[in-house]
Each structure stands twice: as C-alpha cells, then as structure tokens.
Design a protein around this ligand. Structure first.
Ligand code: HEM
Ligand code: HEM
Length: 175
C-alpha cells in the first residue's frame, strides 16, 4: 500500500483524510440540528463548544487536504459508462469541498458578527459586531448544510449505483 497518490491509486494519506472528514461530518451534522433545538443551559454551551471545535477541526483538515491535493496527483477517474459521468463526479467532489469551506467559515463569521470572541484553536479572533451580517451568515450556514447533505447523498448513491448496475466496486479505490 502506497503512502502517496499515484495517477491510478489513492495513497494512505488521502484515505485517512477522506474517512476522518467523513466520520467527523457524520457526527457534526446531527450535532448541529440537536444544538439548535436546545434551550439555553450549561449543557447547550458545552454542546456548542464541541460543535465549534469539531467544525474548526474540519475547516483545518479540509485546508490541509486541499494543500496536499495541490502537491499530489489525483487518481484518474475510471472509464465513463455514460457521457458526462466524469464531469458529474468531478463536480460532486469540487462542490463537496466548497460546501464544507462555506459551512465552516459561515459558522465562524456568524459567531464573530454576533460580537463573540472566537477561539480558532491556534489564535483568538474578535471583530466589530453586526447582527444583520450574523443573520445572513447563519442563513448561509443552514443552506450550506442542506447542500452538503444533498451532495453526500449523491456521492454515496453513485457508489451504490456503480456496484448494483455496473458491477464496478468504486469503494475499494478509497479503502
Ligand atoms: C460523509 C462524507 C463524505 C465526504 C464529504 C466525501 C468526500 C469525498 C471527496 C471530496 C472525494 C474526492 C477525493 C479527491 O480525489 O479529491 C471522495 C472520493 C471518494 N469517496 Fe467520499 N466522501 C464522503 C463519504 C463517502 C462514503 C460514505 C463513501 C462510500 C460509500 C465514499 C466513497 C468514495 C469513493 C469510492 C471515492 C473515490 C472516487 C473515485 O475517485 O473513483 N465517500 N469523497
Ligand atoms: C462542516 C462543519 C459544520 C457543520 C456540518 C455544521 C452543521 C450545523 C447544523 C446542521 C446546524 C443547525 C442549523 C439549523 O437547522 O438551524 C448548525 C448550527 C450552528 N453552527 Fe454549525 N456546522 C459546522 C461548523 C460550524 C462552525 C465552524 C461553527 C462556528 C465556529 C458553527 C457554529 C454553529 C452555531 C453557533 C450554530 C447554532 C446557532 C444557534 O442555535 O443560534 N458551526 N451547524
């Protein structure tokens, strides 16, 4: 098993990035919905702190993953079964990265424009409050989440469709 990617195979680093991001997101999305339904309490503050820490970890992980992607080849997609298939797969991957970046930055900006000091894990940030912008960034946070859920559903459906209809096991490329 290779550590780095080649033009035909994902290496160990890419596999770890992929499954670590997926595992954290699978906890983080329901945690966000759980958080908004909570009344103000000590427990809500704890849950929000966990949500923010996990969210910022995904932001840094995604930035690292994209930097790694610049310096490492991305394995070529398998031969198309129908016209436009590779384009759809590429677009799905790009939009997955974009939606994660949008959700994490809008979550941070929502809190910052609310006038809260934010512990960014490596440094602290504080900006002048603007409640209108805080509202807008929270809307973006929510829309970004529904978009991400749609994209993950498409992503997983593609793997299942390939297996069931085309007898092609994509999963072993990333395992
Ligand atoms: C839950 C969150 C997930 C996210 C955000 C996600 C995101 C991504 C991204 C961005 C890539 C492209 C990697 C690159 O080359 O840059 C990818 C590849 C892949 N993912 Fe996921 N993934 C998730 C979950 C899953 C799950 C659950 C499966 C299995 C059913 C899966 C199967 C695959 C496969 C097979 C590839 C390689 C596709 C290929 O190159 O042929 N992913 N994923
Ligand atoms: C990919 C990472 C993230 C995901 C998947 C995510 C997901 C969610 C979801 C699903 C909600 C509930 C939305 C609703 O229906 O109202 C939510 C709320 C929230 N998120 Fe995130 N989030 C992420 C990152 C962050 C980050 C980095 C921050 C802040 C630094 C943050 C701050 C918040 C706050 C404060 C709320 C609750 C707001 C309130 O109740 O007033 N999130 N998040």
């Amino acid at each position: 098993m290779k550590l780095l990617n080649t033009l035909t195979e994902y290496g160990v680093f890419s596999k770890i990035f992929h499954w670590l991001s997926a595992a954290v997101l699978i906890i983080q999305i329901p945690l966000g919905f759980y958080l908004v339904d909570m009344d103000f309490s000590e427990k809500r503050i704890t849950v929000e702190n966990i949500h923010v820490t996990l969210g910022l970890s995904i932001l840094y992980l995604t930035i690292l993953r994209l930097i790694y992607k610049i310096f490492n080849p991305t394995p070529r997609l398998q031969n198309s079964i129908f016209i436009g298939q590779k384009l759809i797969a590429k677009l799905n991957h790009i939009l997955l990265y974009l939606s994660i970046l949008t959700i994490t930055t809008s979550g941070a900006l929502k809190k910052l424009y609310n006038g809260e000091e934010l512990d960014m894990l490596f440094f602290n940030l504080e900006i002048k409050d603007n409640f209108e912008l805080a509202e807008i960034f929270y809307e973006i946070h929510i829309i970004g989440n529904y978009t991400l859920i749609g994209l993950i559903t498409l992503h997983i459906s593609a793997v299942i469709i390939h297996k069931v209809l085309f007898k092609e096991n994509l999963l072993k490329r990333i395992l």
